[in-house]
Design a protein around this ligand. Structure first.
Ligand code: GAL
Length: 635
């Protein structure tokens, strides 16, 4: 498949007489796509019902006539100031009960029906005006759901919406009281309108109450997105896209993805390393200017699946960002490496964020492909290099079916947020640890939703941290002929986050259950007989299944049969590596010993090698410089 590049552009930030020159430079750089519009509401509709489309018409003409394809964004992440006068109660309310005020962005409440109607209206108007414009080749709906932690709002609108949602789901408060165990601490309700949102309680709110609110809030994101998608579809055949983020689990991306055509995400590797990832100071130092070698790959693999096979990077970091605690510049070559890595994982398009660094407002310290004075910034030459390399490698092949898969579930993330039980227990962190172990072994990985009904393409499947196992997945496991490593903390809870009785997991033809659960502080570990250790979490297993590994104190560490095994703890990195390599050996999966910082990814035609390390590395006879990318045709 042919790969393309693009860039994010804000015509409303620059004088109109600069647009043609910008467009010509984009084309000369080898860019195909330009994304515009997603924050432009105050210039589209400066006062309620007054529209000034002429600048946008003109920008679309200029960019389109230069030969660029346009991704047009709906501007609903930035409601203008007048909107707050029209709907004073549309501002989200934080968990402390304080409004999140106007003056930045994303100051809206997903539950507010009046604002939802405003979004439907602007999407309809944009669809009517631009839906059949030949230059508009894709649409982006809103911008980065949950950015700045905006999924949850504790507003009146949310409370009313939540009560209706509960009434529909449970039908009677008796059923709800039973499901939540509200007899405990006399928490029983008589009517649905007595049920408040789970914030500002004296001690922690009941877990199923929290989980229900997380499910409700995620559903609001899904609906908010669908309202605009439905409106746009009436007017356009162009693909609909949302730009997801890194390490965000606040809403169910699998569900939002069902209503869209392509999943895209915004990749800021250096910002993520500094702002959003655990890791030793040694590791953070080593990858300071490159980003974590697995963070981008994880999200490419996740969102490729969310997009039902269609993946884009909508925003790619070009230089220092402005929002992390520290904002170093990338190592020369990284803006190229990140793009090729995305292509190797199936991305069709990579758009850099942004064209020219803005000298004003919140992101004035955020680099672009151009400096604020319009001179080339370092990433521009790297983007051009990638575009030139398309001639050398016109087709990277399609994403190769992986032999290994990881199941990833958002509801489980909410469950463990409500009930971490140990300070380090977080769904993303556990799933990412499992993913990293697979990737350090040099494997291609597919990430799958929790209702996956067929695993027959895979040999090795990991399912860590699933609150419970769906019926579809259970059926797939019954038929599975490879090895599925389930756990830790999988299928030990009901849908309502109660302990399963009889004790879980309830695995097909496997007598194993969790009798006692421990979480352990970072200073402690559970050593294993075969070497290595568990951190953070350990479950005491019982049952008649075979113990494949034991702790030094004789507790089972892995129990199971030829196809299904339960992992009792959270292995540290070397232990996870050993476990994955042992299983791969049993399954005849080829693994690789990669130097630290080197990663590989195969498509059906090519092997790609990426060097995230700050020094040259040699592997399999090939030496690759820092930030280097190497590819070779597979036999
Ligand atoms: C993204 C966002 C962009 C811009 C960028 C800066 O989160 O979608 O609008 O803020 O970050 O890195």
């Amino acid at each position: 498949m042919k790969r393309t590049l693009g860039v994010c552009y804000y015509p409303e930030h620059w004088p109109e007489d600069q647009w043609a020159d910008d467009a010509a430079r984009m084309v000369a750089t080898g860019l195909t796509w330009v994304r515009i519009g997603e924050f432009g509401w105050s210039r589209m509709e400066p006062t309620p019902g007054t529209f000034t489309w002429d600048w946008l018409d003109q920008a679309i003409d200029v960019l389109g006539n230069a030969g660029l394809k346009i991704i047009l964004g709906t501007p609903t992440a930035t409601p203008p100031r007048w909107m707050i006068d029209k709907h004073p109660d549309m501002l989200a309310i934080d968990a402390e009960g304080r409004p999140r005020k106007f003056g930045s962005r994303r100051h809206y409440d997903f539950s507010h029906l009046g604002y939802r109607d405003e979004c439907r209206r602007i999407a309809r108007l944009m669809g009517e005006r631009y839906g059949s414009n030949p230059h508009i080749a894709a649409w982006q709906i809103d911008n980065e759901y949950d950015c700045h932690e905006t999924t949850l709002s504790y507003s009146d609108a949310a409370r009313k919406g939540f009560q209706d949602w509960l009434a529909q789901k449970y039908q009677s408060t008796d059923a709800l009281n039973r499901a939540w165990g509200n007899v405990f601490w006399s928490m029983e309700y008589d009517t649905f309108d007595e049920i408040d949102l789970p914030n500002l309680t004296v001690t922690e709110p009941n877990h199923p109450h929290q989980l229900a609110f997380r499910r409700y809030s995620s559903d609001q994101v899904v609906t908010f997105n669908k309202v605009q998608a439905d409106e746009l579809r009436k007017h356009t055949d162009a693909p609909l896209i949302h730009n997801y983020m890194g390490r965000i689990t606040a809403f169910d991306h699998w569900k939002v993805g069902q209503d869209l055509d392509i999943a895209s995400w915004d990749s800021y590797p250096i910002g993520f390393l500094s702002d959003r990832l655990e890791g030793s100071s040694e590791q953070k130092k080593k990858f300071l200017r490159q980003g974590h070698p697995d963070m981008q790959a994880f999200h490419h693999d996740l969102y490729r699946a969310v997009g039902k096979g269609r993946l884009w990077v909508m925003e790619q970091q070009p230089g220092p960002v402005n929002w992390a605690p520290y904002n170093p510049a990338p190592l020369p070559g990284m803006a190229r490496l990140w793009a090729w890595e995305a292509f190797a994982h199936g991305a069709e398009t990579v758009c850099y964020f942004r064209w020219r660094q803005a000298p004003f407002a919140q992101e004035q310290m955020h680099a672009g492909l151009l400096r604020p004075d319009s001179a080339d910034a370092p990433a521009l030459a790297e983007a051009r290099q990638v575009a030139d390399e398309f001639a050398e490698l016109p087709d990277v092949g399609t994403t190769n079916k992986a032999q290994a898969a990881l199941i990833f579930d958002y509801e489980s993330a909410w469950a463990w947020d409500a009930q971490p039980q140990g300070a380090d227990f977080e769904m993303f962190r556990l799933a990412f640890a499992a993913y990293r172990a697979l990737r350090r072994a040099g494997l291609n990985i597919d990430i799958l939703p929790p209702d996956t009904a067929d695993l027959s393409d895979y040999k090795l499947v990991l399912a860590p941290g699933l609150m419970n196992i769906t019926d579809e997945l259970r059926t797939a496991l019954v038929r599975f002929e490879g090895i599925a490593l389930i756990g830790p903390r999988t299928d030990t809870k009901t849908d309502e986050l109660a302990v399963k009785v009889p004790l879980g997991p309830d695995l097909p033809s496997l007598d194993v259950s969790v009798a006692v659960t421990e979480s352990i502080p970072p200073t402690e570990a559970i050593p294993l007989q075969n070497g290595g250790q568990f951190l953070h979490w350990f479950e005491h297993l019982e049952g008649t299944a075979e113990a494949h590994e034991k702790t030094t104190s004789g507790h089972p560490a892995i129990m199971g049969n030829d196809h299904l095994r339960y992992l009792a703890g959270w292995p540290d990195e070397p232990t996870f590596d050993r476990i994955i390599r042992d299983l791969s050996k049993t399954l005849n999966i080829e693994t690789h010993d990669l130097p630290e910082g080197l990663r590989i990814r195969d498509t059906d035609t090519h092997r790609f090698i990426f060097n995230y390390a700050p020094e040259a590395l040699t592997w399999s006879g090939t030496t690759i410089g820092p930030a280097g990318v190497y590819w070779e045709k597979l036999p």
